[in-house]
Design a protein around this ligand. Structure first.
Ligand code: APR
Length: 229
């Protein structure tokens, strides 16, 4: 039985990172048009850099939670097929928890991309107009390695191949309002079983066979226990 897991901001909520669309979420504090589009970056790169610099700095204040660790346990102990974790999150909590079969389809706060040479590299700390590319040394040509609205998510071929062979799809902590991730549940083979873990019904809840209505730190360890029993 091949498992594909999709996570969204909700899995990091209990670690203290704000989600985007819950009450008081990031997009109620900041206009996404001003910080999360290529046009915004072209118009005011400093504003965009400072938005991501602040979110990158916040990573030092948070830790992976029981839900992140439950996914690492499932990945390590699952013997009945393949396992792939696809995250929409740009935080590093899955990485720090120890997930290996992990694809960041919206990029990562802890990486920068050079507009001069095209490489992406690990990056701690703030990015400024003086920051030099670790690969080509060009200064002032770095952008967050984050997929903005209107841009193409990363690793889509690998994700689509995994969905074609998927028997169990588990979506955790995503409102299913941003495509293509929202449509993954509709790309599954007919035999696949879908489970959604979310205190609320997501926009795609009706496409899932099961909805486990509760916080990820409670529902996910229980589900992993069941799967590994
Ligand atoms: N456990 C599980 N789910 C939770 C929890 C929790 N403790 N708390 C909140 N949630 C759920 C909310 O009910 C909501 O459905 O997490 C979801 C968060 O939804 P969004 O804030 O829309 O986040 P997400 O779905 O990841 O957004 C997708 O939108 O802004 C872009 O690129 C950004 O990756 C992001 C994408």
């Amino acid at each position: 039985m091949n498992i594909v897991v999709l996570t969204g901001a909700g899995i990091s909520a209990e670690s203290g990172l704000a989600t985007f669309r819950d009450l008081g979420g990031i997009w109620s504090q900041v206009n996404l048009e001003e910080v999360a589009t290529p046009e915004a970056f072209a118009a005011d790169p400093e504003r965009v850099q400072s938005f991501y610099n602040a979110r990158r700095a916040q990573l030092h204040e948070v830790e992976p939670n029981a839900a992140h660790h439950a996914l690492v346990r499932l990945e390590r102990e699952w013997r009945k097929g393949s396992f792939l974790l696809v995250t929409q999150n740009v935080d590093d909590l899955h990485d720090r928890a120890g997930s290996q079969a992990l694809l960041h389809m919206h990029g990562e706060l802890r990486r920068v991309r050079c507009l001069a040479c095209g490489t992406d590299d690990r990056w701690e700390g703030p990015v400024t107009s003086e920051s030099a590319c670790p690969s080509c040394r060009t200064q002032g040509r770095l952008r967050p390695h984050v997929v903005w609205f209107g841009e193409t998510p990363l690793h889509m071929e690998q994700i689509e191949a995994a969905l074609e062979g998927c028997d169990l799809f588990i979506a955790i902590g995503t409102s299913a309002q941003v495509w293509p991730a929202a449509g993954f549940v509709r790309m599954l083979p007919r035999r696949a079983w879908g489970i959604e873990i979310n205190p609320e019904r997501s926009a795609m809840a009706s496409s899932f066979a099961e909805g486990r209505r509760g916080p990820a730190t409670r529902e996910l360890p229980l589900l992993v226990e069941e799967l590994l029993a």
